[in-house]
Each structure stands twice: as structure tokens, then as C-alpha cells.
Write a protein that binds this ligand. Structure first.
Ligand SMILES: Cc1cc2nc3c(=O)[nH]c(=O)nc-3n(C[C@H](O)[C@H](O)[C@H](O)COP(=O)(O)OP(=O)(O)OC[C@H]3O[C@@H](n4cnc5c(N)ncnc54)[C@H](O)[C@@H]3O)c2cc1C
Length: 279
């Protein structure tokens, strides 16, 4: 439970953080809330030579609405998100672990870590959001669909820092985030994010994200396609939700077999869509 030795730096500007990251190469790691990285270091699954703490870098925290969308600074804590008026991100953040973890963990850290059992990557994917990443070669936007590449693997470069998260406003959408775990503060065995828009009693848009159903967060595209243009009815939702596990490859673990997770995905997708639709 004691990490290997490491150097520690607490830069006071983003440029300095990027420069330190470049100098450290593979051996340097950013430190945000530390609630994913430090456990890995204590178990010696990770042994970075240098930790670059983002706490003193100005301008990386806070939630702003701008140009019909939302900008969330990468160092914004889950605790701030959970009391925001952001709908799905707030509902999901409220279900992350316990208050102690939510007081430290950050949205940027959660997305950069790329754990398919985490809740906010699924939210980003379901909302078709993205992140802004800054590195030595400048700034770029990365859409959620491009960010998550594999288990604990993202498309961020070694010298890139996520500076903020961009989300559409999703005005007029109903939402739900359901998470199935043995204890309230556990990681999701399976989680389902649903966003639905209805016009005249018919689904005009449906977006469903799945947590822990593969090596990355996934979209239940077959369910989405089956529901758009259909009446908002419990029977239609039940029938469409049967396809929720199509194209997934859930990992088995101590809590659940892959088959059980597929079953959970179907049941929870039905419930999440119904709840988002106000049924
Ligand atoms: C007991 C426990 C239970 C938990 N349960 C849940 C849960 O139910 N659901 C859930 O979603 N999460 C859960 N978590 C994880 C928690 O949400 C973490 O805080 C989060 O995943 C990582 O955020 P962090 O700020 O702590 O990142 P850190 O641990 O500091 O960093 C994680 C990784 O991201 C990199 N990084 C951090 N910030 C940036 C940035 N701005 N740009 C680029 N790279 C960056 C780091 O270098 C590191 O590789 C749990 C954690 C614990 C300890």
C-alpha cells in the first residue's frame, strides 16, 4: 500500500504543466483528484517518476453556459457537478461512490482515466459531448466517440492536458441515469444513461449510453434507432430495450457474469428510457 518514490511538481500555469509533462515523457503523470491514480500507485500497478499536480493551475474549474452549450472545467469536482442544474451529468455525478470521493474526484480525471466502469464517460458519450485538450502543439477538440479507445486507454497524447469538457445544453430532453451495484457506493456492475426528446407523443431523439458493458463506454444504437419515430409507449420501449446488449462485450467479474450484465442492460435500459420519457 506504499507507492514507489516519485518527484512532485505543482505548476502555477497550464504552459508550465504542459512543459513539465513534455519533459517527463512516459514517466510523468498529471494528478487531479488522485482518486484513481493514487490507488493504482499504492498497488504498484502504476509507478510514475513525476506527478504534476493541477491544483494550482488557474482557470481549470467551474461550470459555464455559453453559445447554447455548457463548458465544465477539467478540475471541476464531482461534488460541484452533482449540485449543478445540468440534468444528466448532475444525476450521474450524484451516484459516484460516496461524498468523500465526490469531494476530490474531478471530471477531467474521470474522463482521462478511461475506465468503462466509471459513470461520467458514459454521460459524455450519451450526450455527444467532447473535451478540449491542450499540448505542446496547441489545442484540439476530441469528441467522446474518439476519446475512449480501449480499457483505461484514451486518444490523449502523452503531453496533453484536458482543459475543459463541452456538452450540448440538451434543452427539452428528459433524462435518467440508473446504476446497478451491490452497495450504493460501489462501481456500476452496469449503468445506463438515457436522454429522450418527444414531440407530439413520438420519440424524435433517443440516446442511450452503457457503463461497464465493454472495454469502453458504449451506445445502445439498436435501441435508439428502434425508438426514434415511434410513439412514447411502455410496450414499444420494452420491445426495443431487448436489443440493449447487442454489440456489447461485458467483462465478467466477481459481481456478475457477462450474461447477467446483458440481462441487466436490457432491464435497466427499459427502465431508464421509461423514466426519461416520464412514464
Ligand atoms: C473508493 C472509490 C470508489 C469510486 N467509485 C466510483 C464510481 O462509482 N464511479 C465513478 O465514475 N468513479 C468512481 N471512482 C473514481 C473517481 O470518480 C475518480 O476520482 C475519477 O475516476 C478520477 O478522477 P481524479 O480527479 O481523482 O483523477 P486522478 O486519479 O488524479 O487521475 C486519473 C488519471 O487521469 C489523468 N488526468 C487527471 N486529470 C487530467 C487532465 N485534466 N488531463 C489529462 N489527464 C488527466 C491522470 O494523469 C491519471 O492518469 C471511485 C474512486 C474511489 C477511490
Amino acid at each position: 500500500m506504499i507507492p514507489a518514490g516519485f518527484e512532485y511538481a505543482a505548476p502555477e500555469s497550464l504552459d508550465e504543466a504542459i512543459s513539465l509533462l513534455g519533459q517527463g515523457g512516459d514517466d510523468a503523470k498529471l494528478l487531479a483528484g488522485g482518486h484513481s491514480l493514487l490507488p493504482l500507485m499504492k498497488l504498484r500497478f502504476a509507478a510514475p517518476g513525476t506527478l504534476i499536480d493541477l491544483r494550482k493551475v488557474p482557470g481549470l474549474s467551474g461550470i459555464e453556459r455559453a453559445n447554447g452549450g455548457v463548458r465544465i472545467g477539467a478540475m471541476t469536482r464531482h461534488a460541484e457537478l452533482q449540485v449543478s442544474d445540468l440534468g444528466l451529468p448532475a444525476t450521474a455525478a450524484h451516484q459516484i461512490a460516496d461524498q468523500q470521493v465526490r469531494n476530490r474526484g474531478t471530471i477531467g480525471g474521470s474522463l482521462a482515466h478511461g475506465d468503462p466502469a466509471s459513470d461520467l464517460p458514459t454521460v459524455l458519450l450519451a450526450m455527444d459531448g467532447g473535451v478540449t485538450a491542450r499540448g505542446a502543439n496547441g489545442e484540439r477538440s476530441i469528441a467522446a466517440g474518439e476519446l475512449f479507445q480501449d480499457y483505461l486507454t484514451t486518444s490523449l497524447g502523452d503531453d496533453e492536458v484536458i482543459t475543459d469538457v463541452r456538452l450540448p445544453s440538451m434543452e427539452g430532453y428528459g433524462h435518467a441515469y440508473l446504476k446497478f451495484a451491490r452497495r450504493a457506493e460501489d462501481w456500476a456492475m452496469v449503468g445506463v444513461a438515457a436522454l429522450v426528446k418527444a414531440e407530439g407523443g413520438t420519440f424524435s431523439d433517443v440516446r442511450i449510453g452503457l457503463t461497464h458493458m465493454g472495454t469502453t463506454p458504449l451506445r445502445a444504437t439498436q435501441v435508439e434507432q428502434a425508438l426514434v419515430g415511434q410513439p412514447v409507449e411502455a410496450g414499444r420501449i420494452r420491445a426495443a430495450a431487448e436489443a440493449a446488449a447487442e454489440g456489447t462485450d461485458p467483462p465478467g467479474d466477481l459481481n456478475a457474469t457477462p450474461d447477467y450484465k446483458r440481462h441487466l442492460a436490457r432491464v435497466m435500459t427499459r427502465r431508464a428510457v421509461a423514466q426519461a420519457a416520464g412514464l
